[in-house]
Ligand binder design. Structure first.
Ligand code: FUB
Length: 462
């Protein structure tokens, strides 16, 4: 998959296309492993909540939930951890931070998550609440919302036009309750959907669109694809309608999240592509992907095949004259050398966060790079590049290239020592020939394989 940026760029040049036609490169998050995408559209922004497979996971090793945001579906900004198992101190604190979903109601944001308690069955559903989409989310109840049951994972919530909210969940059976207006309690007993939906396994995603109710889901394991059913009532009966993504041997699991945004429709799910770029061994190290699609006139969805056949075009362009978080990324990787072993070279940057700085880019190595798609330098063009960096050692540089990782250089910023690690300084360099819309490649230069400086934000100036 790490050849793809080159092929895309060469194809674009050959066809005379501009960088403004950038498309999401699946998987859309490369800085760490993410799964179970749960997108929320709020105030013109896509907030993408995910679960998170630890870098050294073999089976499920999941400790926290993360947030990414975008306004163009191609550049995603890492917003960090919004909740973790520690948010629910009464839960088992190992490995079980599974598929989340966040919904907004009356100015609050409700995070529903499956976690575990001691005993058997162990699966419960918990709820946390925040005042803004980026959290921090706080445990709402001090106990489970839905008590222990074998099926009790993968919550999904939709608030109907009449204000009634429904919480569905379950593997392999699908259940629901009607949530009360407070969103943290419910009325009536949990109800099992019977008969079950054909090909249903887990990961339900419940929503209403143009008067029709939809239940997308991970289809029967394994390998799981994405299927969906429709109904004219929020509680069914549900009619199976077919696959959105095929059962594909390249993945064991899957998990849908579906939204409309700025006039387009999008399905998120995940693949193991990033895992297999780094190792031949199957681990539970998953990566979220996205595809744009059009509903058919009767409200049905197309079969998109697999993530390699689908993606999402960029909506609009990115303004480089405002502060851009360094963790705003369309793609990151590390350039390969001839002598590199297979699997040894692919890691790009990752991110870290602390209370003072928020999220920043780290693990910056020589030959690593960040691609930012569809950057609009305007006709007047850019003269200066400014970056906030922290470097405990001398050396390190950021080369600025257009359209390809080996494209024309418009400037190079020497980083140098800024003091102790964590001491942020703005560094500035002159740039030339940056006008119009381009993909921007921030290519990191240094020596050896050691991690160099950290990187918080950047901007261009006229
Ligand atoms: O990510 C852990 C579990 O795997 C989720 O809860 C399921 O939907 C499946 O994706």
């Amino acid at each position: 998959m790490f050849l793809r940026p080159f092929l895309t760029a060469f194809a674009a040049l050959a066809l005379g296309l501009s960088a403004a036609t950038a498309r999401a490169e699946n998987p859309i998050i490369q800085t760490r492993f993410t799964a179970d995408p749960a997108p929320l559209v709020h105030d013109g922004v896509v907030y993408l909540y995910t679960s998170h497979d630890e870098d050294d996971a073999t089976g499920f090793k999941m400790l926290d939930w993360r947030l990414y945001s975008s306004t163009d579906m191609v550049n995603w900004t890492d917003r960090g951890v919004v909740a973790s198992l520690k948010t629910f101190p009464w839960a088992v604190q190992t490995n079980d931070a599974w598929a989340p979903q966040v919904v907004a109601r009356d100015g609050k944001f409700y995070l529903y998550v499956p976690i575990s308690v001691e005993g058997s069955p162990k699966n419960v559903i918990a709820v946390a609440v925040a005042d803004n989409p980026a959290g921090p989310f706080k445990d709402a109840l001090g106990k489970p919302l839905i008590g222990a049951g074998r099926d009790n994972i993968d919550p999904t919530v939709w608030i109907d036009d009449d204000g009634q909210a429904y919480l569905y969940w379950g593997n392999p059976n699908l259940w629901y309750v009607k949530l009360n207006k407070d969103m943290v309690s419910y009325s009536g007993a949990p109800t099992k959907i019977e008969p079950g939906i054909r090909d249903y396994q887990e990961g339900p995603w419940f929503y209403k669109r143009a008067g029709r109710y939809y239940m997308a889901f991970a289809s029967t394991c394994c390998p799981e694809g994405i299927g969906y059913a429709m109904s004219d009532k929020p509680t069914g009966p549900w009619t199976y309608k077919g696959p959105i993504m095929d059962h594909d041997p390249r993945a064991t699991g899957n998990h849908p999240g579906i939204i409309d945004y700025k006039g387009g429709s999008y399905v998120f799910g995940f693949s193991y592509e990033h895992n297999f770029a780094l190792t031949p061994i199957h681990h539970e190290r998953r990566s979220v992907s996205v595809a744009k699609f059009d509903y058919n006139a009767d409200g049905t969805l197309p079969n998109l095949g697999w993530w390699d056949k689908a993606s999402a075009p960029q909506i609009g362009t990115l303004d480089p004259y405002r502060r851009v978080e360094a963790e705003t990324i369309a793609w990151t990787s590390r350039l390969k050398r001839e002598r590199d072993r297979p699997y040894a070279w692919a890691l790009g940057v990752t991110t870290a966060q602390d209370d003072r700085t928020g999220v920043y880019v780290t693990r910056i190595q020589d030959r690593g790079y960040i691609k930012v798609a569809g950057v609009d330098f305007g006709q007047a063009g850019a003269r200066t590049f400014v970056a906030s960096v922290a470097n405990g050692r001398p050396g390190g540089a950021i080369e600025l290239r257009l359209d390809r990782v080996d494209g024309p250089v418009i400037g190079a910023l020497p980083v140098g020592e800024t003091g102790a690690a964590g001491q942020w300084r703005e560094r500035t360099t002159a740039v030339s020939a940056a006008t119009g819309v381009h993909d921007l490649f921030l290519v990191f230069k240094g020596s050896g394989d050691a991690a160099m400086f950290d990187f918080d934000y950047w901007r261009f100036e006229h």
